[in-house]
Design a protein around this ligand. Structure first.
Ligand code: NAP
Length: 362
């Protein structure tokens, strides 16, 4: 069997970092050999650093429990200990931007969940089923910085991944989407740990998540953009209006979406056919974390539901229900995805699998 690629997790003690540690426990290609977090955790064994705040199942994976947590702010500590890192840091944007660049400059590729580099022109913001061609900007990124092996690739905001694949499937099938109104009902795990105070969350809905609506309205245009002269040129449409809310659900972001098409309008039957037959490069390459069915359509009138549907396709599917005509726009539906799997750690792992399959870690 080929040797596994040694990987590091920056922010390994947090909500997303813990997911990475658990999901990488038996990964066929990657093995966690390096963990880093804030100076508060640095120097402790991983199992001690996360004692009383380990959130993912009963046991901390044995291969990581006794690793010493390093200070993520010192990129040189990672040298020789891993071949690339997942970044799940929660710090100021400028600090993360500088730190991710410092790792890349040391020759350590960064596959990031943080938002700091999402708007950097030559950094791909990947949803592998949608925009794998954006990998082509990495060559320009390396040239521009004079980086040899290192580079940065990022994931979009978790809430977008609830509905971007169905949008892309319709565009790929030749339907222009002019306008979209989306209301998200986002899980508490999306706010990290300890996140929103329990007193604000139990028996309540918070109708505001700082910065989230801006991300929702803008990031989809980069995801749907095209590569031109080594940079990503954003798509012009759809025009998006969003309202983002925090609801008392542990995992699973829900989105209520209304779409207006251009002159050519698909029927509800055509839309369902497009969604259920949607596959892309991750499925062709048979990447280990790729869902067989990226979009799953349910017909019960009361689905999708976070508790019942978030684990569909191991937490990597976009589950859609309640597809119907919209009296204001053309159609509307409800979509759901697992925010710390598809929307965060497993989505990051799928990005890394795509990068590996395309030779970016060679
Ligand atoms: P979190 O639970 O608050 O974890 C933050 C991590 O960052 C911890 O490991 C923490 O280490 C480390 N950290 C904090 N301050 C640091 C510092 N000054 N220097 C070095 N490390 C520091 O946050 P999270 O929810 O996992 O989110 C992590 C990242 O993923 C964020 O950028 C977030 O926006 C993004 N994201 C989250 C989700 C989600 O569903 N939660 C989805 C998509 C993207 P200590 O434990 O030592 O403090």
């Amino acid at each position: 069997m080929a040797e596994k690629i040694r990987v590091g997790v920056l922010g390994a003690t947090g909500m997303v970092g813990q997911r990475y540690i658990k999901l990488l426990e038996d990964h066929p290609w990657f093995e966690v050999t390096y963990v880093a977090a804030s100076p508060r955790s640095a120097g402790k064994l991983y199992k001690d650093a996360v004692a009383n705040r380990w959130l993912i199942g009963a046991e901390i994976p044995a291969n990581v429990a006794n690793l010493t947590v390093e200070d993520a702010n010192d990129e040189k500590k990672a040298l020789g200990k891993c071949q690339f890192v997942f970044s799940a840091l929660e710090m100021g944007k400028d600090e993360i931007k500088a730190l991710e660049a410092a790792y890349a400059a040391e020759g350590i590729p960064v596959v990031s969940n943080a938002s700091a580099n999402r708007w950097t022109e030559d950094v791909p913001m990947l949803v592998p089923e949608i925009n794998y061609e954006h990998l082509n900007v990495i060559a320009e990124q390396k040239k521009h910085h004079g980086w040899d092996k290192g580079f940065i690739a990022v994931k979009p905001n978790c809430s977008l991944q609830t509905y971007m694949m169905p949008i892309h499937a319709l565009i790929k099938a030749g339907y222009e989407i002019k306008r979209m109104v989306v209301t998200t009902l986002q899980a508490t795990s999306g706010a990290g740990y300890p996140g929103v105070a329990s007193f604000d969350m139990i028996d309540n809905i918070v109708p505001f998540i700082g910065g989230e609506e801006e991300k929702t309205e803008k990031e989809c245009l980069k995801i749907l953009g095209t590569v031109k002269d080594g940079k990503i040129e954003n798509a012009a449409l759809p025009l998006v209006s969003s309202t983002c809310t925090r609801v008392p659900v542990v995992d699973g972001h829900t989105a209520c979406v209304s779409l207006e098409f251009g002159d050519k309008k698909p029927s509800l039957e055509e839309i369902e056919k497009i969604w259920t037959s949607y596959t892309s490069l991750p499925q062709e390459l048979n990447l280990p974390s790729a869902p067989v069915h990226p979009i799953v359509v349910r017909h019960e009138e009361n689905r999708p539901q976070p508790r019942r549907d978030r684990e569909t396709e191991k937490g990597m599917a976009c589950v859609i229900g309640r597809l119907r005509e919209c009296p204001v726009f053309d159609v509307k539906f409800v979509a759901l995805s697992h925010n710390t799997k598809r929307g965060a750690a497993l989505g990051g792992i799928l990005n890394a699998e795509l990068l590996k399959a395309k030779g970016y870690f060679d």
